[in-house]
Design a protein around this ligand. Structure first.
Ligand code: C5P
Length: 406
């Protein structure tokens, strides 16, 4: 597999003579498997046309903060959320200064300001501009903000002077970007996640199910992808799109979900059971649609479904690090801790579903991460933010586990 397969790179191009190299950069990032979208500043368009970048990237180029057409397709916030990494190459001294001081008055600075993903800049400018104390202070400010800087090379410059300021060689930029992904906390790991509800058939047209939206499981899948993992998402029926880069295994019933999970979870690194699996299913499902009877009622006989999480966490060989969710309306920590023990889990995420503004079907969640040696409450926030914290904690715990084994 190429080093950037399925990675989403937002390439910011600013107005320096090296802007022409961003065409080659786009191609080489794509050669490594990346999906590249481009944002250009006004002055970049003096050096290379948006049409060139559009033809190479295969997507419309984003140019203006207040362009209603492109904003309605993918606005600056969506662009920032879409990217796994934002790379500004070439980055001029002026762009670096404006980014370092928090400007957001054009599309590229606004996207950078809105972004929470990995950020990198590859400065390119005249050697005297690069050497100036003001530029160096701005670059230091970016480094302190956690922005990766791919420092310029030395050599003959377009202006005829010699010194440090030339854009880093394009193949080296591609290598540095790839290296950043290899540093993801779950790089090279395989994560299997169950999500959504299950449907337990009563007859060909009726089923027993629940209100699970799948949002939490899908957000965890996205967070694991962001952390560099390969993700298999075994999902019951939902109304939301699955993360594009996850391998989606759609299922209906708990038994289907168990069968699918047992195909991929043994040998995986991490298993996270987020699905709201129906505890019971009808003892038998009618082959034909049940007809209404003259008598007043209908009794359904239910039998217990297999516990998927307990089955995976109970594996004696190839057992992944096993994480469950406990949705409770009372005695949150007590009940969740019991589940941690009875299901033999490494971690359980407890959430109080008595409060309808969080948990099931809502966009937010407020949870407590419980392990065998303690608890960590996570304050109420979006399921995306909660997911990133959960994934970071799982990665940290796995590292501790492997250090103990070593
Ligand atoms: O026991 P309870 O249903 O509350 O446990 C919740 C956790 O167990 C969740 O992580 C859920 O995905 C998982 N589970 C499962 N199979 C079941 C029931 C629950 O994997 N049959």
């Amino acid at each position: 597999m190429n080093r950037l397969t399925n990675k989403r790179i937002l390439l910011g191009v600013t107005g320096g003579i090296a802007a022409y190299k961003s065409a080659d950069l786009t191609r080489r990032l794509q050669d490594e498997g990346a999906d590249v979208r481009v944002v250009m500043t006004h002055s970049a368009q003096e050096f290379i046309t948006p049409l060139t970048m559009q033809a190479l990237s295969g997507h419309p180029v984003h140019l203006d903060l207040l362009d209603t057409e492109t904003e309605s397709v993918m606005g600056h916030i969506e662009l920032a959320r879409w990217a796994d990494i934002i790379l500004v190459a070439p980055a001029t001294a002026d762009f670096i200064a404006r980014y370092a001081s928090g400007h957001g008055d054009d599309l590229l600075t606004a996207v950078c300001l809105a972004a929470e993903c990995t950020m990198a800049v590859a400065p390119a400018m005249n050697q005297a501009m690069w050497a100036k104390a003001a530029t160096q202070a701005n670059v230091d400010a970016l480094r302190n903000m956690g922005v990766h800087t791919f420092d310029p090379d030395e050599g003959l410059q377009a202006c005829g002077e010699t010194g440090a300021g030339r854009l880093m060689d394009v193949p080296d930029i591609v290598t540095r970007v790839s290296d950043l992904f290899d540093q993801g906390t779950l790089a090279g790991r395989h994560v299997v996640i169950t999500a959504g509800p299950t449907r337990e058939a009563i007859d060909p047209v009726r089923f027993i199910s629940n209100h699970s939206s799948g949002k939490q499981g899908y957000a965890l899948a996205e967070a694991a992808l962001e952390a560099g993992a390969r993700v298999t998402l075994v999902s019951g029926p939902t109304h939301i799109p699955a993360p594009e880069r996850a391998t989606l295994v759609p299922v209906e019933s708990a038994q289907d979900m168990l069968d699918a999970v047992m195909q991929c979870a043994p040998g995986a690194d991490i298993f996270i059971g987020v699905a709201a699996v129906a505890d019971y299913r009808p003892e038998s499902s009618a082959d034909q649609k049940l007809k209404k009877q003259a008598s007043e009622g209908l009794a359904l006989s239910l039998v217990q479904n297999p516990d998927i999480l307990k089955t995976v966490a109970g594996l004696t060989e190839n057992r992944p690090f096993s994480v469950g969710f406990a949705a409770e309306t009372e005695n949150l920590v007590d009940y969740a801790t019991k589940k941690l023990e009875t299901k033999n889990l490494d971690m359980i995420i407890a959430n109080n579903v008595a409060d309808t503004s969080i948990g099931f079907n809502s966009d937010d969640n407020e949870t407590i991460i419980i392990t065998r040696d303690g608890q960590e409450p996570l304050s109420k926030s979006s399921k995306e933010v909660v997911s990133r914290k959960i994934i970071a904690t799982i990665a940290e715990r796995m590292m501790q586990g492997s250090e103990q084994v070593a």
